[in-house]
Design a protein around this ligand. Structure first.
Ligand code: FAD
Length: 364
């Protein structure tokens, strides 16, 4: 017996979930979405991400990121066309940022972080390696994902496994039931609508809010990638850089502005981001300051922030149709993508077991 599954959402969460579900012959997967890879829209977070792998969860909640790293590492090593490369990451801390409430990605700045045993080559930096105004720092091997390439690669992997993608806009989650390409109503709906879950009928999750991130994409190159624990401008202004592989440009960030829906990049924020970057890494612009930056594009995206943390959970529609949620990843949707998708597969398998189905099926 096969399950007709409709995944709503074609961001990194929906695509990765569809990919893992489609590895079993027991699942026939359709993806429906308003936005698909190739689109740039304020309602679609995934293309705007840097994206790198800098763990943001606490040790207790680290499952999703812990489970994602091995697969991201494998793809980086074995699948160059996926558009991911290794890049050394440096995190610089200021003691004063550790004292008060700060950026929600705080655990990244811990002195004894859980991820030191997960990400390779972790070491604390000596004082000579720190930029002015910083008190400590660490270095490890991370990755940077060229999101334009990687999202398309995920689409290709899904199609190879028989997944069918369709454009659709739904106003209530129950509508997804009618979109399976099998022609029969879906047995299971996966909700991977990101920030869309705030307004989508039948979900309307009031814990959801945008966390606006403004970025600048430049042609200049910079190794290693850097992130600092705070800025003189205070929150929501933050500082990070990463160079995308394969000519994807270098991302300069940014902001983490919860509650801000603005889609248009603010020129004053852009100036402050560029000034901060050339102060900490003058080499990016050959010592010429902001004038030495060659801008490809200014942008702003909305991270799907959830006050109560990510939702990977089962539920049911009024008519008994199963629904599995996978949304609310804030600023870590890529670095938690395989862990969360694996969580969805476990929930789908639990539904199948309850229905008396054997879980022993031929993988494709
Ligand atoms: P989305 O990408 O927003 O996709 C939602 C999907 O649902 C879309 O296809 C949309 O069209 C569809 N949808 C929504 N509502 C409906 C509806 N009613 N009907 C039909 N379709 C619907 N993450 C990292 O891991 N590392 C980083 O370095 C990183 N940097 C970031 C930097 C910035 C500036 C930003 C903005 C984000 C960053 N992130 C990063 C976070 C990451 O981008 C998100 O967590 C991730 O993209 C969320 O993916 P998603 O698939 O859940 O949502």
């Amino acid at each position: 017996m096969t399950n007709a599954i409709v995944v709503v959402g074609a961001g990194v969460s929906g695509l990765t979930t569809a990919l893992l579900l489609s590895k079993s012959n027991a699942n026939v997967v359709t993806i429906i979405a308003k936005h698909m890879p190739g689109d740039y829209d304020i309602e679609y977070a995934s293309p705007w991400a840097g994206a790198n792998f800098l763990p943001m969860s606490t040790r207790e909640n680290s499952r999703w990121e812990r489970r994602t790293w091995p697969e991201i590492k494998r793809i980086t090593e074995e699948v160059p066309e996926a558009g991911i490369h290794f890049q050394t990451s440096r995190i610089f801390r200021r003691d004063k940022d550790m004292e008060g409430p700060s950026c929600p990605s705080d655990p990244m700045f811990d002195h004894d972080p859980w991820f030191q045993s997960v990400l390779p080559d972790y070491k604390e930096l000596d004082a000579a390696s720190l930029p002015a105004g910083h008190d400590s720092g660490c270095e490890f091997t991370s990755v940077c994902i060229n999101t334009a390439m990687y999202l398309q690669w995920l689409v290709g992997q899904c199609i190879k496994n028989g997944v069918v993608l369709k454009r659709a806009v739904i106003s209530h989650i129950r509508e997804a039931k009618n979109y399976s390409h099998t022609g029969k109503p879906a047995d299971i709906i996966v909700n991977a609508t990101g920030l869309g879950s705030l307004k989508l009928g039948g979900v309307e999750d009031q814990a959801m809010a945008p966390s606006r991130g403004q970025i600048i994409l430049v042609r200049n190159e910079l190794h290693p990638m850097i992130t600092t624990s705070g800025t003189e401008e205070g929150l929501p202004e933050i500082l990070y850089t990463m160079q995308r592989p394969a000519g994807g440009g270098t991302i300069l960030g940014g902001t983490y502005d919860i509650g801000n829906w603005e889609s248009v990049p603010d020129p004053n924020i852009a100036l402050r981001i560029m000034r901060r970057v050339v102060e900490v890494c003058p080499e990016i612009a050959g010592g010429k300051g902001i004038d030495g930056l060659s801008v490809i594009r200014h942008g702003a995206g909305l991270r799907p922030y959830r006050k109560t943390g990510v939702r990977v959970e089962r539920g049911k529609l009024d008519d008994g149709t199963h629904i599995v949620h996978n949304y609310g990843h804030a600023g870590w949707g890529y670095q938690g993508s395989y862990g969360c998708a694996e969580g969805v597969v476990e929930l789908v398998n639990a539904i199948r077991e309850e229905n008396g189905e054997s879980l022993v099926t031929e993988p494709k």
